[in-house]
Unconditional design. Structure first.
Length: 250
């Protein structure tokens, strides 16, 4: 059974760093499990964080602009073709981890058959892995336009300002109906020495669950890191037990 984690929030909030922290932690805790990193953010930063410039995307399949690694096999149905094309754009990171990039997605109300075919192919792909971590665009609505799949955990990355709290509430409202009953809550990022009482009070008043907090990592702020952060990873370890996720192998 696949465990699905969605990382949401505004651009620059720290989604990609948190995605990589979860990826590293899951690899440590479950070394034999398969992981799919699903880049649904228009910036494509997740691929860049691994030093990859991934040009072959799900949008490329939809638009007919994808250049395939091999010739297209003859005699396939349209559904078979989409599934084959999705397979063609997967990039292997290591023995147990793959990454795929969506880029632009079509509107959910589009009546063209390829919308449903891509949804079905993505769902089949997701079900092949033990863990799937989605680096989302803003909320779950954009991801849902691509693939209608339930989440076990949706994390909203927010910074320690009142404006970020308001934005987190909007993301929670937009995402709740797509979370399908899974756990959803806020992770505060870039927490420094400031007094957090007013922020925590605002989150409580907004009825937002606080699932964790991550200290400031100056290397990330200075741009001297490749989105890998031991500070972020250690913070995730501290609040991992609160999450609706499999716990460490015994």
């Amino acid at each position: 059974m696949t465990t699905k984690i969605a990382i949401t929030g505004k651009s620059g909030s720290g989604k990609t760093t948190l995605t990589k922290a979860f990826w590293n932690l899951i690899q440590d805790n479950f070394p034999d499990k398969s992981i799919l990193l699903f880049d649904n953010d228009l910036t494509g930063e997740l691929g860049h964080s691994f030093g990859l410039d991934i040009r072959n995307t799900i949008y490329g399949i939809r638009s007919g602009k994808h250049e395939y690694k091999t010739g297209i096999p003859d005699g396939m149905s349209k559904h078979e073709y989409i599934e084959w094309a999705i397979e063609d754009i997967i990039v292997q990171l290591n023995e147990n981890t793959d990454i795929i990039v969506s880029w632009f997605v079509g509107a959910k109300d589009c009546r063209c058959p390829i919308t449903a075919q891509i949804n079905d192919a993505c769902q089949k792909l997701i079900e092949r892995y033990d863990f799937v971590i989605f680096d989302c665009e803003f909320d779950l609505k954009y991801l849902n336009q691509l693939v209608d799949t339930n989440m076990d955990l949706t994390l909203i990355v927010a910074n320690t300002t009142q404006e970020s709290v308001k934005l987190a509430k909007r993301i929670e409202e937009f995402s709740s109906k797509y979370a399908a009953g899974g756990q959803i809550g806020v992770v505060l990022n870039k927490v420094g020495g400031e007094n957090m009482d007013s922020v925590y009070k605002s989150l409580k008043n907004a009825e937002l669950d606080i699932l964790g907090a991550i200290p400031v990592d100056n290397k990330l702020i200075e741009g001297t890191s490749d989105w890998n952060s031991n500070i972020v990873k250690d913070a995730v370890k501290e609040f991992y037990f609160r999450l609706n996720l499999p716990q460490e192998n015994k």
